[in-house]
Design a protein around this ligand. Structure first.
Ligand code: BT5
Length: 321
């Protein structure tokens, strides 16, 4: 499998000799060359130097066999990459429900035809630019802690954006990733629960990576942005996915072993919401006040003008000046 050669070629561009590859994979030198040729045809740039061997210069975007060895861990076991799907969340949910696809599976698509946000809203998902991914988790959490998965994905997303593009991404409660008060990502967590246990969670994450302003439909142009617009240059989607999955695993480990405290602390650090005057739309109701904190269940703690507090589990925030 070419995947195994990709395990051996490192990202530090160091040479690995043909002999070493041949020995480690137990194949002939001719077979090594053949596999290198196949990888090159797929868009991997691999340099060959007669006395030194091979080194990986760059990988094509969204190659599962490149991504997996770089994130494979106790949590992430499978990465499935598709050119086009209706919605990675829908696909993840049906694969998990019907085919029993398990904990630690990641579904990535280059494009979605029916990418979705909350409450049946649309998520713009053009091809060749962004990331759309869904994480399948069978969490050891009780249903009230469900909101923690969105909190966790938001923290992982903000930190991955920061690490990959050196962009100070913020979190807008409950599920938006922002730069300068413009949205560049969103999270959609969907679950199947038994009465006292979440049996399956699908955490959908969409991040605008290389979208340009002109790529957004007119209505979104003034409220949405991308990593490219913020950084001033293109960003490698592979690198972002690797960072995101590593960050997610890190915080998932903390959540399931140590509890919520550190995660909530990280959320507060990245929050674009706390301390601001906001208007929150909850169904048909609009409530305004100061966004004071989030509580242990990820609910927004709003201090209303009356001085009373209200905890809100889901809604849409507008920042007030
Ligand atoms: C969200 O919903 O922000 C959750 C988005 C989750 C998308 C991921 S992609 C992978 C996975 N598969 C899916 O099908 N979905 C998930 P919400 O908070 O309801 O925000 C939706 C609103 O964001 C829309 O009504 C638009 O106003 C705006 N919007 C749509 N597409 C956008 C984009 N690409 N960038 C920024 N804003 C967008």
């Amino acid at each position: 499998m070419p995947a195994s050669i990709l395990n051996l070629l490192n990202d530090d561009h160091a040479y690995v000799s043909g002999q070493e590859i041949s020995t480690r994979l137990d194949i002939t030198r001719a077979a090594v060359w053949k596999k290198i040729t196949v990888l090159r045809r797929r868009g991997f740039v691999i340099e060959a130097a007669p006395s030194k061997g091979y080194r990986l210069i760059s990988a094509p975007d969204l190659a599962a066999d490149y991504l997996l060895p770089r994130v494979r861990s106790a949590l992430w076991k499978t990465i499935l990459v598709h050119d086009v799907v209706a919605s990675t969340n829908d696909l993840a949910m049906s694969l998990a429900a019907e085919e029993g696809i398990g904990h630690g599976t990641v579904i990535v698509a280059d494009r979605q035809t029916r990418g979705k946000g909350r409450l049946g809203r649309r998520w713009e998902s053009p091809g060749g630019k962004n990331i759309y991914m869904s994480l399948i988790i069978r969490p050891e959490l009780s249903p009230p802690d469900l909101t923690m998965l969105t909190v966790l994905a938001a923290v992982a997303g903000a930190r991955a954006i920061q690490n990959t593009g050196d962009i100070p991404a913020k979190i807008k409660w409950p599920n938006d990733l922002m730069i300068d008060d413009k949205k560049l990502g969103g999270i959609l967590t969907e679950v199947r629960s038994d009465p006292d246990r979440i049996s399956l969670a699908v955490i959908g994450i969409g991040i605008n990576v290389n979208m340009r302003s002109a790529d957004f439909p007119g209505g979104l142009r003034s409220i949405a942005t991308s990593m490219r617009s913020a950084a001033g240059h293109a960003i490698a989607r592979n690198a972002l996915i690797i960072q995101l999955l590593r960050e997610f695993e890190h915080w998932y480990g903390i959540l399931t072993t140590e509890g919520k405290r550190l995660l909530l602390h990280a959320w507060r650090k990245h929050s674009a919401t706390l301390g601001r005057r906001v208007s929150v739309t909850v169904g048909n109701e609009k409530i305004s006040g100061i966004a004071e904190d989030i509580n242990d269940n990820g609910m927004l703690r709003l201090k209303m003008h009356s001085g009373q507090y209200r905890n809100i589990s889901a809604g849409d925030i507008t920042f007030l000046r």
